[in-house]
Design a binder for this molecule. Structure first.
Ligand code: FYN
Ligand code: ADP
Ligand code: MG
Length: 575
């Protein structure tokens, strides 16, 4: 039979394109990852199809970028890795995303199923799905090209619905080259409708919460990063202002209302927690960061006793309540819906908290603010954390849209209390785990997703975990200004090995010039030994939007072991 009697081969598509088309169909336009077998061509083809592909130097940083992109945008951030070792490198970020309730999808290529399952020793052999499962919200594997649409849809829904979290999607190498009819392929894709449906609170639980709040003498609102994630900024602010209740922001909720707001009780933290009689938790968990709702922080006699407070807890997860102490009024639903239900129920006859309660807070707060102002006014030589962060404080005040990434121990704790935030979701930090290594991944994604300048305040130790990504920052020419608080070591640089020989485990090369790392890739590197030099360099970085790294030379005796969480360190202070 001659060729001209054959119908032309139907247009076909393949696994590569189905993955790309499924992501695009669902509005996912950026992939964070690192190419290699078997996903190199996926990164190339994705770029050719108009997706933005941001390639990193280590998968953990790509994973952290994807996770924080999810927090900023409410869309799952996608991280793409190679099999076994690349997958494992991405796993810390996936687990961290899940712990922090950030929506993220880790997509990893994997080796031949038949060989992996018989453990016959394949290239990068590993049962990745089984390993990912306990570390994420959901894990899926797709074996057939016509299931790619379903696989991606399930991954998206799992990541963003209910309590957001990390999802693992396993794509074996063979899948990518499977071909299918283009029309059938297109028909197999799913555009996810209403991926994170609103969840309205039950009217009786709203009433229970309102009754408790109305009866309070010393009420307090506690805003967590769930409240920041929810993007219900106007209603949250209205609730705080209409009720007149003082509020305390958790670290990543700073800026949800400006830190300079008169109702902020941040500078009176250790007074308000034990003194409050009703605490309204909005997207904040009573975990270690809140001393589990008990112990001396809350006015209890010892670590096991609670201070007698009553709690309202707004959370999308129905099992969060009672996880540490009894929750008197759980309000289960999405924060936007719960807060607007409370607002509607407050009505016009609302009585604001007593002048006695507000006055007592103001007194503690003003005392702390005055003490802080006095410390910040000093200009010691060498520069210390306070005099350096006083500069950062001014820069953020003048550039409230800038994104602030922050990690370290002292570099983290001092920045949190010194640098005021003015807008929601601008402060990105070590979160629920107190993880180190998020710095450059978060900085890259913050720049890519928002287009705003990014300032990363990094302890010299913390920076080391992701430092190689300064090349990535230069490669994509991102407006990131990294400031290294360089005090020559972990916590400080003065430890001495009592036996001589090697330096102490917490000490680094003294006088290291991190600024030269940035210069190696064509970025701007500045060594700043005084606040004036630091200010000049930061102002220039913001203005030029050039990749910049400032080595801020900090007194090596400055800093305390474990920063402000010394109590978690069994031996600190007992040496
Ligand atoms: C806060 N404070 C202020 C201000 N803001 N004083 C003056 N001005 C301003 N603007 C006061 C506040 O009232 C506290 O004083 C003190 O500063 C510290 O406040 P902070 O940081 O809110 O509270 P605290 O007690 O340090 O800790 C709470 C925490 C936080 C556990 C939620 O420390 C945290 O998020 N830690 C994360 C730590 C971490 O993950 N580290 C990484 C691992 S490092 P008082 O009221 O007088 O107490 C590995 O070693
Ligand atoms: P923080 O560390 O700031 O206290 P956490 O991560 O402990 O914050 O708590 C965030 C909480 O917010 C989690 O319990 C999570 O279930 C909840 N959460 C996240 N997003 C939403 C949302 N949109 N609506 C309701 N609750 C949410
Ligand atoms: Mg240090």
């Amino acid at each position: 039979m001659s060729n001209d009697t054959q119908t032309p081969a139907a247009a076909s598509t393949d696994g590569f394109h189905l993955v790309i088309d499924a992501l695009k169909l669902n509005g996912i336009n950026t992939i964070y990852g690192l190419p290699g077998i078997p996903i190199t061509d996926l990164t190339r083809k994705a770029q050719a199809e108009g997706l933005r592909v941001i390639s990193f130097r280590h998968e953990q940083n790509a994973g952290n970028a994807a996770a924080i992109a999810g927090f900023i945008t409410q869309k799952p951030g996608v991280c793409l890795t190679v099999s076994a070792p690349g997958f494992l490198n991405g796993l810390t970020a996936l687990a961290n995303a899940t712990t922090n309730c950030f929506p993220m999808i880790l997509i990893s290529g994997s080796s031949e199923r038949e060989i992996v399952d018989l453990q016959q020793g394949d290239y990068e052999e590993m049962d990745q799905l089984a390993i990912a499962k306990p570390l994420c919200k959901a894990a899926f594997r797709v074996l057939h090209a016509d299931d790619i649409g379903v696989g991606i849809a399930r991954a998206i829904r799992s990541a963003v619905s209910g309590r957001p979290g990390g999802v693992y999607l396993d794509l074996p190498a063979k899948l990518f080259s499977q071909s299918m009819d283009a029309a059938a392929g297109k028909a197999s894709l799913i555009k996810v409708v209403d991926a994170a449906p609103r969840q309205l609170p039950a009217p009786d639980s709203v009433q229970r919460a309102l009754d408790l709040i109305k009866g309070a003498k010393r009420p307090l609102i506690l805003l967590g990063k769930g409240a920041a994630y929810a993007q219900a900024d106007a209603d949250i602010r209205a609730l705080v202002e209409k009720t007149g209740i003082p509020y305390l922001p958790m670290s990543m909720a700073k800026g949800l209302l400006p830190d300079t707001h008169e109702q902020s009780a941040a500078a009176a933290r250790s007074y308000v927690l034990p003194a409050a009689d009703v605490v309204v938790l909005i997207g904040a968990r009573l975990n270690w960061l809140l001393s589990h709702g008990k112990g001396k922080t809350w006015g209890g006699k010892d670590a096991k006793t609670w201070g007698g407070q009553k709690f309202v807890q707004i959370d999308i997860s129905p099992t969060e309540a009672d996880s540490n102490v009894a929750i008197d009024a759980p309000l289960v639903g999405d924060i936007g819906s719960c807060v607007s239900a409370l607002l509607a129920g407050i009505g016009s006859g609302w009585t604001k908290p007593s002048a006695e309660w507000l006055g007592a807070i103001a007194e503690r707060k003003n005392k702390n603010l005055a003490k802080m102002a006095e410390t910040l006014a000093k200009d010691p030589a060498p520069m210390n954390f306070h005099s350096a962060l006083n500069v950062v404080r001014d820069i953020i005040k003048a550039n409230p849209d800038a994104m602030l990434v922050n990690e370290g121990a002292n570099a983290l704790d001092f920045t949190r209390s010194i640098v005021d935030m003015y807008k929601p979701r601008k402060r990105l930090d070590v979160g629920t785990w107190g993880i180190m290594g998020i710095g450059m991944g978060f900085a890259v994604a913050a720049a890519v997703e928002t287009g705003h300048p990014v300032i990363a305040i990094e302890g010299d130790s913390a920076f080391g975990f992701s430092g190689m990504e300064v090349e990535t920052i230069c490669r994509y020419n991102l407006p990131v200004c990294v400031v290294i608080m360089n005090n020559n070591g972990v916590y400080k640089g003065t430890d001495v090995n009592p036996r001589g020989g090697d330096v102490a485990p917490t000490v680094f090369v003294k006088g290291a010039r991190y600024d030269m790392l940035m210069q190696a890739f064509g970025g701007v590197g500045v060594n700043a030994a005084t606040p004036a030099e630091l200010r000049r360099a930061m102002e220039e970085a913001i203005k030029s939007r050039k990749p910049t790294l400032i080595n801020a030379v900090i007194d090596e005796t400055a800093g305390t072991e474990s920063g402000r969480i010394t109590s978690l360190n069994p031996t600190a202070g007992k040496k």
